[in-house]
Design a protein. Structure first.
Length: 227
């Protein structure tokens, strides 16, 4: 089982030094780079099957009232909508799950650890990033992170605060847990849309970096697994 990591470099054509030396190029004009995920025997005539690994995404809404059914969750569906719009028709097939939890940091940590154990690629939470007595999402998220990504949230807070000063009070967090990207967003639907508008600009690049894939020679489709 191989994972495609990069499309092979393009042939240099008639100006190639190899072709000038020997009269014809001995290298293939097309190819791919791949890494071995599981070894095995390969022989002439073996079938090759190409499959796309879906991008596993989990959206978690933190709201006591929404979890009790007092009102409908709007921020979680907005995140799902924006992700589907962004990746719809692209190289990234989505496997998207969504859940609503009360503002309980213990339950959130358990949900995050379970998602990480499943190999989830992206986790987005909404709610609990303020300074109220029940706002513990940043602390719960940080407890599972290996590295924080403070820059993107600082940029978003600054931009939002230009028109809404209280946006500067947000404690939204972004970071990496293993090879999973984790974003903790504010709870309002408007804030979710404003934050994702910036996050989506760097999301694919961040995934490629985490997976150790050459971001300058990216494959034209999601790194697939072929046998």
């Amino acid at each position: 089982m191989l994972e495609v990591t990069q499309i092979g470099k393009a042939c240099h054509g008639p100006g190639c030094a190899v072709q000038r030396s020997v009269g014809q190029c001995v290298m293939p004009s097309h190819g791919i780079f791949a890494r071995v995920l599981r070894g095995g025997a390969v022989g002439p005539g073996d079938a090759v099957r190409v499959t796309c690994r879906p991008l596993e995404v989990l959206v978690v809404t933190l709201s006591d009232r929404a979890s009790r059914g007092d009102y409908a969750d709007r921020s979680g569906p907005a995140i799902e909508e924006l992700l589907r719009q962004h990746f719809g028709g692209s190289r990234w097939p989505l496997a998207l799950g969504r859940t609503v939890l009360p503002e309980d940091p213990r339950r959130l940590r358990a949900a995050l650890r379970a998602a990480l154990a499943r190999g989830t690629d992206i986790i987005v939470t909404t709610g609990g990033t303020g300074i109220g007595p029940r706002d513990h999402t940043p602390e719960a998220v940080r407890s599972v992170l290996d590295r924080e990504l403070p820059g993107i949230m600082a940029v978003i807070r600054t931009r939002c605060a230009l028109t809404l000063p209280q946006a500067a009070l947000s404690r939204a967090v972004a970071g990496v847990a293993g090879t999973t990207l984790v974003y903790a967003l504010p709870g309002s639907e408007q804030a979710v849309r404003e934050y994702l508008d910036e996050i989506l600009k760097t999301l694919e690049h961040a995934l490629m970096m985490l997976w150790g894939i050459d971001v300058h020679q990216q494959a034209p489709s999601l790194p697939g697994r072929s046998r």
